[in-house]
Design a protein around this ligand. Structure first.
Ligand code: SAM
Ligand code: SF4
Length: 337
C-alpha cells in the first residue's frame, strides 16, 4: 500500500516531484476533429450537469493556487475557446494572490475575435495547435476546412500582445511528416515559436502505433536538412521541449519527445478534467473525484487534502514502453491535452 500523502504540503509525490503546473480542461467538446485525437463523428460528450460550473472551476483553481502552491494555470480541452464563461474564468484567475501565470492551448478557431478580450482579462500566453500550413493537408487532418481561421487567430494573438505566440504541431506519417521544415520557416517568418510533439497513444479510436509514430529523431533529421540546429544553452528543467537554436538563434524550435525521450522524472504537471477529476498524469488510469466532495460541501482544506493524496500516488513514468502499458480509458480531448 502506498503511504499517505503528508498534509500541509504542496502537491508532492513519492518521487520528490512537485506539481506546480495545473492543466484545467474546460470542456471535452471541440469544433475540429483531428484524426489523431477523435473520430469524425465526435465522441459522447460529458453530460452538462456533470461539467464543473464556472464558480466550481474557479474555486478549485483558487485552492490550487492559494493552498497547494500551483504557479501556472493552462486552460485546455477539448477546445477551451468554446466555453462560454472562459474570459470570466481568466479574469478571476488573474485576480488570485499570488497571481499565477495564465496560458491557453487552443486550436485557434475564433481566437481572432476574443484575443484582445482575453489579453485584457489577464491571459499571458497562448499555444495554438497547427500541424500544417497547407489547406488541403489541414482539411484532411482536422476534417474541417478552417486553416484560414487558425491563421487569423494566430495573427490576432500576436497583435493582442500574447507573445511569444507558440505553435504546437504533431506530425503524422502519410500526411505531414515531410512538412516540418516549411512549417518552421512559416513560423520563423512570423515570430511564432514552434514545438513539435510526438504523437501519443491517447486517441479515442486507439489507432496509435509506435511504428507509425514520427519520432523526435526523425523530426530533427528532417529539420536538419534545411536548418542548422544547435542545442539551446538554457537548462531544460521541467520543460518538456528540447530546445534548439535555429541557424545560430535567437529563434528556436522545440521537440517534445513524449514517447521516445520521456521527461517524467522532471514532471511538474497535474490535471483537472472538465468534470472535476484530478489526474496526476496524462497516462494515469485512476482519477480522483473532487466534484463529489465539492458538491457535498467539503471545505477547502478537505479538497486540498484529497488533491495532495491524488498527487502522492503519481507513478514514476508513463510506461508506454512497458509491455503492460494500457492506454487510459479517457482520450486526450476528455483529459485535457
Ligand atoms: N483543442 C485544443 C488544441 O487542439 O490545441 C486543446 C486540446 S488538444 C487535446 C491539446 C494538444 O494535444 C494539441 O496540441 C493537440 O495537437 C495535441 N494532441 C491531441 N491528441 C494528441 C495525441 N494523440 N498525441 C499528441 N498530441 C496530441
Ligand atoms: Fe479538437 Fe484539439 Fe483534439 Fe484537434 S487536438 S480534435 S482541436 S481537442
Amino acid at each position: 500500500m502506498p503511504s499517505p500523502a503528508p498534509s500541509q504540503l504542496p502537491l508532492l509525490d513519492q518521487y520528490g516531484r512537485v506539481g506546480t503546473d495545473l492543466r484545467v480542461s474546460l470542456t471535452d467538446r471541440c469544433n475540429l476533429r483531428c484524426s489523431y485525437c477523435m473520430p469524425a463523428e465526435g465522441l459522447d460528450w460529458l453530460p452538462t450537469p456533470g461539467v464543473l460550473t464556472d464558480d466550481e472551476v474557479v474555486r478549485l483553481i483558487t485552492i490550487a493556487v492559494e493552498r497547494l502552491g500551483v504557479e501556472q494555470i493552462r486552460f485546455t480541452g477539448g477546445e477551451p475557446l468554446i466555453r462560454r464563461g472562459f474570459a470570466g474564468i481568466v479574469t478571476r484567475t488573474a485576480a488570485l494572490k499570488p497571481r499565477p501565470r495564465i496560458a491557453v492551448t487552443t486550436n485557434g478557431l475564433g481566437l481572432d475575435k476574443v484575443a484582445p478580450a482575453l489579453a485584457a482579462a489577464g491571459l499571458d500566453r497562448v499555444n495554438v495547435s497547427l500541424d500544417t500550413i497547407r489547406p488541403d493537408t489541414f482539411a484532411v487532418i482536422t476534417r474541417r476546412d478552417r486553416l484560414g481561421d487558425v491563421v487569423k487567430g494566430l495573427e490576432a494573438a500576436a497583435a493582442a500582445g500574447l507573445n511569444p505566440v507558440k505553435v504546437n504541431a504533431v506530425l503524422l506519417r502519410g500526411h505531414n511528416e515531410d512538412q516540418a521544415p516549411e512549417l518552421l520557416q512559416w513560423c520563423l517568418q512570423r515570430g511564432y515559436e514552434l514545438r513539435f510533439i510526438e504523437q501519443m497513444p491517447l486517441d479515442a479510436q486507439h489507432g496509435w502505433s509506435r511504428e507509425a509514430m514520427v519520432t523526435a529523431d526523425e523530426i530533427l533529421a528532417s529539420l536538419k536538412l534545411v536548418f542548422d540546429l544547435t542545442q539551446h544553452p538554457d537548462e531544460r528543467g521541467s520543460a518538456p521541449a528540447e530546445l534548439f537554436l535555429v541557424d545560430g538563434g535567437p529563434a528556436t524550435v522545440g521537440v517534445i519527445g513524449s514517447v521516445t525521450r520521456p521527461f517524467c522524472g522532471d514532471c511538474d504537471r497535474v490535471r483537472l478534467t472538465a468534470d472535476g477529476q484530478i489526474r496526476n498524469c496524462l497516462f494515469a488510469r485512476e482519477e480522483s473525484d473532487l466534484r463529489t466532495a465539492l458538491r457535498r460541501g467539503a471545505d477547502d482544506e478537505e479538497i486540498a487534502d484529497r488533491w495532495r493524496a491524488a498527487m502522492w500516488n503519481k507513478r514514476p513514468g508513463h510506461g508506454i514502453d512497458d509491455p503492460s502499458f494500457l492506454q487510459p480509458a479517457r482520450p486526450m480531448s476528455a483529459i485535457g491535452g
